[in-house]
Design a protein around this ligand. Structure first.
Ligand code: C5P
Length: 225
């Protein structure tokens, strides 16, 4: 048993990648594996928090998780949005680590669309931003943390993350490059730069996703007692 610095705290985490179905057998998805978000749930739980994990499609079997972590399994961004709103009010710290889809088809068919009837192009609509929506309801005693998965060099990654921190009104953003083998989707290691709303910036070494999770919790707890 290590530090119990999250004892008595409620932590809400989203992880995995959403799937946006056009019919029951076809979807628009992304390569997220849920590993970083699950590592965050494990780290927070080890540190004494009561953890709720809203888990979209992931490479990790949710049954393998510590039974102390309450897991809510979702598939689509709409289901994730609903679950996050429902659990946000009681959360002291919310970490949005999920890769939420950016677009979905404008219509859904509850029967498989025959191949011959599939259109040559799909009408898409933008998916509402979940974390930005949570930020609008945030109380001063709540911390809201987002992720920014970016491609490009360190300067570009950090610039994009800073603008997301402001646009989405977050307390903290964890910026990480996803165009490297060691830090991208599905890797067991990661590296990130944490930036808070006071402009404090910390870059982690390349480390395991569990270590990165602990470092992000440390960073978040520094200005939050
Ligand atoms: O804008 P971008 O998708 O890069 O922002 C990433 C951050 O925003 C992540 O924390 C992600 O979980 C969150 N997000 C969200 N709802 C969306 C898209 C992203 O909450 N529709």
């Amino acid at each position: 048993k290590g530090r119990q610095d999250l004892q008595g705290k409620q932590v809400l985490i989203s992880a995995g990648g959403t799937r946006e179905f056009l019919d029951p057998v076809r979807f628009i998805g992304n390569p997220a594996t849920g590993k970083q978000g699950i590592a965050l749930a494990i780290a927070a739980s080890l540190r004494g928090a009561t953890v709720t994990l809203v888990l979209a499609r992931s490479a990790v079997n949710s049954a393998s998780l510590n039974s102390a972590i309450q897991v809510i399994v979702v598939e689509t961004s709409a289901q994730m949005h609903h679950a996050m709103l429902e659990n946000f009010g009681k959360a002291d710290i919310t970490i949005m680590a999920a890769a939420v889809g950016d677009v979905r088809t404008a219509s859904y068919s509850d029967r498989k669309i025959p191949k011959a009837l599939l259109p040559e192009s799909l009408a898409l609509e933008k998916i509402p931003d979940i974390v930005a929506d949570l930020a609008k309801q945030r109380r001063n005693d709540q911390r809201l943390i987002g992720f920014a998965a970016q491609t490009g060099n360190q300067t570009e990654v950090i610039a994009a993350a800073k603008s997301k921190l402001e646009r989405k009104q977050l307390n903290i953003i964890a910026a990480n490059a996803v165009d490297s083998q060691q830090t991208g989707f599905a890797a067991d290691t990661n590296q990130a730069t944490f930036i808070n709303d006071a402009g404090v910036q910390v870059t982690t070494p390349l480390c395991s996703k569990l270590e990165l999770a602990h470092r992000l919790l440390d960073f978040g707890l520094n200005d939050f007692k």
